[in-house]
Design a protein around this ligand. Structure first.
Ligand SMILES: [Zn+2]
Length: 453
């Protein structure tokens, strides 16, 4: 029998298993003894391990941080690394169905985690079974590693690596096909005001999201209302201006986007600050903001603009707030995969402060980079091409981070097919059953390629 038919034979089982995992709300909860990320993630892990054990695989639970199921023999280890935790979902956030009850409609499954990443895990489970059904000599150990804290810090994977070490070849089905050979480095920083006349400011939802809404209060008659309104109108921005007794409160609505693709959003903080300056508002902090960030997303004014053959640096101003008269805001920088954070920090050196404000770097994460010609990247690409016949789409570089940064010799591979948006982290997350089966088929091909390395 060919692999496609073998995978197809598991169609009902795949849907049934995924439904069971989706029904467990595995959003990070309150830690408890023996449940480091709360009850939900623990239950999801125990349930998945029980499924794999029942299917006859050797399973190990690493203190409810992570667990794995293994087949094969030999010294070398192939890892498939997925996660069972999910991001929050509430019906009132726009879901048409209960996010924790998987629903099928016309061959499409809906529910939190059906794609990210429970769907990918179940597709990997089926791939393991198909490899076993083939009756071949599995000359390396093949391990399905499942973490429970990917969305909120990946402490699960750190625990896994501490206990079990890395793998010889690995992929994490938590990104894109036909593979992610580079993940940009990250710099996390904050800016603070030194001198400002702003009375209050509040904006943003998270540091890794382009600020979708910002509200500021300033003294009356401190700027030209006409010029400010012209600025908002000319730039197609939704806004509101409310005159109080002594202050004016201005709200601007932007467009949210992920911090790794800030050019896709409209930053409410940036357009508000630049609008105030344009309207004649005199303030050291507003000047600081406009001369260091403006409305750019490439870090130019802060000295950080750079790129390599795989893409450029991005900078996002996510959240802003004020406490005890000091404004503080977040900076999320994603820098090119062939550079080191030290180079970026050095470039920013001359731009870290002035009378109105200062920048402080909080943490840096180096990029992940595999040469597109390396055996791992090439093997996975070939597996994808042999199954899909798509020879056009090439391995890519992304600004986001995956498990691949936390375990050696691993890249993201799947589970998203090119050009598809499964609404992960959003309402009505979905996946087609046929795509899950195709994923499983690709993972089978990938494991076979890696076994032959
Ligand atoms: Zn994920």
């Amino acid at each position: 029998m060919d692999v496609r038919s073998m995978v197809e034979g598991y169609r009902n089982e795949l849907v049934e298993k995924l439904g069971r995992l989706v029904s467990i709300n595995s959003v990070e909860g309150t830690p408890a003894p023996d449940a480091p990320f709360g009850e939900g993630p623990r239950k999801a892990l125990q349930t998945a391990l029980a499924m794999l054990e029942k299917d006859g695989f050797r399973t190990v639970n690493l203190d409810n941080y992570a667990g794995y199921a293994e087949m094969g023999h030999g010294a070398q280890l192939i890892g498939i690394v997925g996660h069972l935790d999910v991001v929050p979902a509430r019906k009132e956030d726009g879901w048409d169905t209960d996010p924790f009850t998987m629903v099928e409609k016309d061959g499409v499954l809906y529910g939190r985690g059906v794609s990210d990443d429970k769907g990918a895990i179940v597709a990997s489970m089926i791939a393991m079974k198909v490899i076993r059904d083939m009756g071949i000599d599995v000359n390396k150990r093949v391990r399905l590693i499942m973490g429970t804290n990917e969305e909120t810090g990946s402490k699960c994977l750190a625990h896994y690596v501490e206990k079990e070490g890395s793998v010889d070849y690995g992929f994490t089905p938590d990104g894109d096909f036909p593979g992610v050979h580079g993940e940009k480095g990250m710099i996390s920083a904050v800016y603070r005001s030194r001198k400002t006349g702003i009375r209050a400011i509040e904006g943003g939802t998270a540091r890794n999201v382009v600020c979708p809404k910002c509200t500021v209060s300033v003294d009356r008659c401190s700027f030209s209302r006409k010029k400010l309104e012209d600025w908002f109108t000319n730039n197609n921005l939704e806004y509101d201006i409310e005159e109080g007794e002594n202050t004016v409160t201005i709200t601007v609505v932007g467009v949210a986007a992920h911090a790794s693709l800030p050019e896709l959003g409209t930053n409410a903080i940036s357009w508000l600050m630049c609008g105030l300056k344009e309207a004649g508002y005199q303030d050291p902090f507003v000047d600081f903001y406009c001369t260091h960030f403006g409305t750019e997303t490439d870090g130019k004014s802060v000295g950080a603009k750079c790129s390599d053959q795989y893409g450029g640096l991005t900078l996002n101003n996510g959240v802003i707030s004020m406490k005890d008269g000091v404004i503080e805001g977040s900076i999320d920088i994603r820098f090119p995969v062939t550079l080191h954070s030290k180079q970026i920090v050095k470039m920013m050196k001359e731009h870290m402060e002035d009378d109105g404000g200062e920048i402080e770097i909080l943490s840096t994460t180096e990029p992940l980079f595999f040469d597109p010609g390396s055996p791992l990247v090439k093997s996975l690409l070939e597996a994808y091409q042999e199954v899909t016949f798509d020879t056009k789409t090439q391995p890519m570089v992304i600004g986001g981070g995956t498990y691949a940064k936390g375990i050696d010799n691993t890249i993201a591979f799947g589970c998203a097919f090119p050009g598809k948006d499964y609404r992960i982290h959003n309402a009505n997350e979905f996946v087609e059953i046929d795509e899950l089966l195709l994923q499983a088929e690709i993972y089978v091909a990938a494991i076979l390629k890696l076994l032959s390395l």
